[in-house]
Design a binder for this molecule. Structure first.
Ligand code: NAD
Ligand code: TYD
Length: 354
């Protein structure tokens, strides 16, 4: 990885986290060439990158990681120095209704990329890097205490987390078997701008602003550890450049919230910002049938990343949530665009049967 002018393929760069990673790399490293490889599924949106799309060190390539021939051809023609792999099917509820798509995209798609990287980089693995972006959900669920460390045994429960766990195993296998330079990070739940409103925080903001019921699964007692997406992008930058080959890092926010406390906080913020009476938005909270196999609690021990590479979260949650709400309220066109069309059908299927 000594080449100072790198050509990096970022997969899934039109999605939520990927767009923040692409923006960070394009603006921080003007001497790098960043290729955003994305299929543009329902979750991929080039409007997420409008502010940097004309930068000379940025390029978009539309393509599908499940198409092995296309991926091999792309690596042969582009000869990338490195890959930062984020493309995935990422929503647990969708994985419960359509598990096969998660196997094909998350497992087969990842193996296609590994094969292409292996073929292209053979004999020079020390000059290249395959960075696989994964999730804390591979570790399963915690009880009331404890945290996930890098040594926690994999124990995925949803088709989504099982597919991500499988892809992590393949990435490690290519390191152990072929000597490919890989790094993996497992991050907790992200929040921030450009987040597709099927996930809890943007869905709740969108529903509250539209005076629609805010669905809370079960009793709302499940706990998630929330991290600002730009802090995740910064962690990926640091790990990509400085981690030793074969390393794994957990990334988390030291920021655990039950879903119900988080929704109530969001309701208070939106009451204030929308000029509503205190308590008005909270009336929209609606308890609905719990998610099947719902993991009780996630919490990340990110001390290895802090110790080895000096990374820690930069934003307090309340501040990050304020910024996030401000972004969605200032970008109602973005929200209206992504929630038209197929979103309506998804929403009906997901929530009317609960
Ligand atoms: P996202 O759903 O917002 O974006 C996924 C992107 O991948 C989209 O742009 C989509 O078009 C693209 N994509 C999907 N299938 C593709 C294919 N076959 N070929 C090419 N592109 C394809 O997801 P996200 O929330 O930004 O997550 C990005 C990555 O980070 C995922 O690997 C996810 O598992 C991981 N992760 C997410 C979180 C989180 O809180 N969102 C936390 C930890 C890890
Ligand atoms: P989500 O944003 O889907 O992320 P993940 O399942 O990957 O953690 O969900 C976060 C939490 O919020 C999870 O415990 C499920 C819950 N949830 C709801 O209560 N209502 C909803 O409408 C959604 C989408 C999620």
């Amino acid at each position: 990885m000594s080449n100072p002018t790198k050509k990096i393929i970022v997969t899934g760069g039109a999605g939520f986290i990927g767009s923040h990673v692409v923006r960070r790399l394009v603006t921080t490293y003007p001497h790098y060439e960043i290729i955003n490889l994305d299929k543009l599924t329902y979750a991929g949106n080039l409007a997420n990158l409008k502010d940097i799309e004309t930068e000379s060190n940025y390029r978009f390539v539309k393509g599908d990681i499940t198409d092995a021939a296309f991926i091999t051809e792309l690596f042969t023609t582009e000869k990338p120095d490195a890959v930062i792999h984020l493309a995935a099917e990422s929503h647990v509820d969708r994985s419960i209704s359509s598990p096969n798509e998660f196997v094909i995209t998350n497992v087969v798609g990842t193996v296609n990329l590994l094969n292409a990287a292996r073929g292209q980089w053979q004999g020079a693995y020390d000059k290249h890097r395959f960075y696989h972006v994964s999730t804390d959900e591979v570790y399963g669920a915690l009880g009331d205490t404890g945290m996930f460390t890098e040594e926690t045994r994999y124990d995925p429960h949803s088709p989504y987390s099982a597919s991500k766990a499988s892809s992590d195993h393949f990435v490690r296998a290519y390191h152990d078997t072929y000597g490919l330079d890989i790094v993996i990070s497992n991050c907790s739940n992200n929040y921030g701008s450009h987040h597709f409103p099927e996930k809890l925080i943007p869905l709740a903001i969108n529903n509250i602003r539209n005076n629609r019921p805010v669905p809370v699964y079960g009793k709302g007692e499940n706990v998630r550890d929330w991290l600002w997406v730009e802090d995740h992008a910064r962690a990926i930058d640091v790990i990509f450049h400085r981690a030793a080959s074969g390393e794994t890092y957990n990334i988390g926010g030291h920021n655990e919230w039950t879903n119900i406390d988080l929704i109530q906080l969001l309701c208070r913020i939106l009451d204030r910002k929308l000029g509503r009476a205190e308590g008005e938005s909270a009336k929209l909270i609606t308890f609905v049938k719990d998610r099947a196999g719902h993991d009780l609690r996630y919490a990340i021990d990110a001390s290895k990343l802090q110790r080895d590479l000096g990374w820690e979260p930069s934003l307090q949650f309340e501040e990050g949530l304020e910024k996030t709400v401000d972004w969605y309220l200032a970008n109602e066109d973005w929200l209206n665009d992504v929630t038209s069309g197929h979103y309506q059908q998804y929403y009906e299927e997901q929530y009317t049967k609960r």
